[in-house]
Structure formats: structure tokens, C-alpha cells
Design a binder for this molecule. Structure first.
Ligand SMILES: C[S@@+](CC[C@H](N)C(=O)[O-])C[C@H]1O[C@@H](n2cnc3c(N)ncnc32)[C@H](O)[C@@H]1O
Length: 213
């Protein structure tokens, strides 16, 4: 089963699943690290059913929500029906459906560990940031819970923070830093014999005002 098929399949249950995995503390941390300003435009990459998007529109931002899964975006459309501050776009990590230098912020929560090349996906997210724009990624620290790969379609078993910092720097970001998101991602294997508790990091960087696309 492909990652897209997996997320299409779980889309209608994702909100409930997500609540079991991690809490609103993750998005609060991501949003506070970016110091977002009302009225600005953000992209939520790997938006799923709109967990981060919801936090952003509550702060008065407009959001372009991108995901490979039409079913996830359909959940979002249903949840936020009638709002005109969200633009839904089906798209892939390597070729985001956004023009160069168009958004003030890019957020990606629990997305990076699903993509084929985290370094290339990071570069692509930086491409769409305006000069001075901010990238904030929240994801799991490196772990050894194999069942997250076999049962939940994770591709990467979390990340070392120094690798994420390097990808940010190589993509041309400055003021790069990582920190604890003060949250753990929790999951139980389907057999109930293993329980994962993995710390979550927040990674931050700013695109230089003189950044060449
Ligand atoms: C674990 S979910 C997280 C969803 C949401 N950000 C949240 O916090 O609830 C990962 C999301 O990333 C999307 N995704 C995974 N790989 C992708 C890719 N290569 N391109 C675009 N979206 C992808 C999935 O479809 C899924 O909706």
C-alpha cells in the first residue's frame, strides 16, 4: 500500500487517531515559535485533516493547505465549510503546488517522516517562502519503534536534530535552531504489545531577504 493509499484510507478517522498520538501543544509550540502575524499567508504542508491549519486560522492567518491525499483534504473542506481563508491543494512533497516566494510561513507537522527525501522536501518548502519567511517543522526525534513503519506507514524512524538543522542550512535558511516541542508522540502497536513514546522537536529557520530562488 502506498503512503497516499494509507492516508486516504484513514482520513475519516484521522482526527481521532491524531488526538491519541499528540495534543494541541505541538501546534501551539510551532505557531508561537514562528511568532505569526494576523493577515499573513501560511502554507500547511502535509496538512492532513487540518490540525495546524485550524490553529493558524484561529490566529487570523490565511492558509494554503497541501496534501497528497484528496480524502484528507475532503475531511478538511467538510470541517471548515463556509470559510474563505483556506485554499485546498492536492500536491506532492517534491513539487508543491505553490509558486516561488509566495508565502510568509510554511508549517509541516508530522509530515517529514513520511516523505522520500527529507532534504529535498525541506528545499522545496523553502522555495515557496518569501524572502524573510519562516519555516517551522515539528516531528519526532530519532526512535527505534519499528511498528510505526510497518503499521503506520512511517518512512523515517524520526530524525536527529543535527540532520534537520543541516537540511535547513543547506536549503539556505538562517537563524536555524531546533528545540523540544514539550510534547511526546504516543502510539500503541495493533497487537497491544508495544507502546511508543517519542519526544517531538520543533525546527525553525528564516529565509534570507536576499535569498536567490
Ligand atoms: C501524519 S499525517 C499529519 C497530518 C497533519 N499535519 C496533522 O498534524 O494532523 C501526514 C500527512 O502528510 C501527508 N503526506 C505524506 N507524504 C506526503 C507527500 N510525499 N506529499 C504530500 N503529502 C504527504 C499525508 O497524506 C498525511 O495527510
Amino acid at each position: 500500500m502506498s503512503s497516499k493509499q494509507y492516508f486516504d484510507e484513514v482520513a475519516s478517522q484521522w482526527d481521532e487517531m491524531r488526538e491519541g498520538f499528540f495534543s494541541e501543544a505541538v501546534r501551539e509550540k510551532a505557531i508561537s515559535v514562528a511568532n505569526v502575524k494576523s493577515g499573513r499567508l501560511a502554507a500547511d504542508i502535509g496538512a492532513g485533516s487540518g490540525f495546524v491549519t485550524e490553529g493558524l486560522i484561529q490566529k487570523g492567518l490565511k492558509v494554503i493547505a497541501v496534501d497528497q491525499s484528496e480524502a484528507m483534504l475532503a475531511q478538511m473542506r467538510q470541517k471548515f465549510a463556509g470559510r474563505d481563508d483556506i485554499d485546498y491543494r492536492v500536491g506532492e512533497a517534491e513539487t508543491l503546488p505553490l509558486a516561488d516566494a509566495t508565502v510568509d510561513y510554511v508549517f509541516a507537522n508530522m509530515y517529514l517522516h513520511h516523505v522520500e527525501s527529507p532534504a529535498a522536501a525541506t528545499k522545496e518548502m523553502v522555495r515557496v517562502l518569501k524572502p524573510g519567511g519562516k519555516l517551522v517543522i515539528t516531528d519526532m526525534d530519532e526512535h527505534a519503534f519499528e511498528f510505526l513503519r510497518t503499521e503506520q506507514h512511517d518512512r523515517w524512524m524520526g530524525f536527529r536534530r543535527e540532520d534537520v538543522e543541516r537540511w535547513f542550512a543547506e536549503a539556505g535558511l538562517r537563524h536555524v535552531r531546533t528545540d523540544c516541542a514539550d510534547e511526546e508522540c504516543c502510539a500503541e502497536s495493533t497487537g497491544g504489545d508495544e507502546q511508543a513514546r517519542v519526544s517531538v522537536f520543533v525546527a525553525y529557520g528564516e529565509k534570507s531577504r536576499a535569498h536567490a530562488p
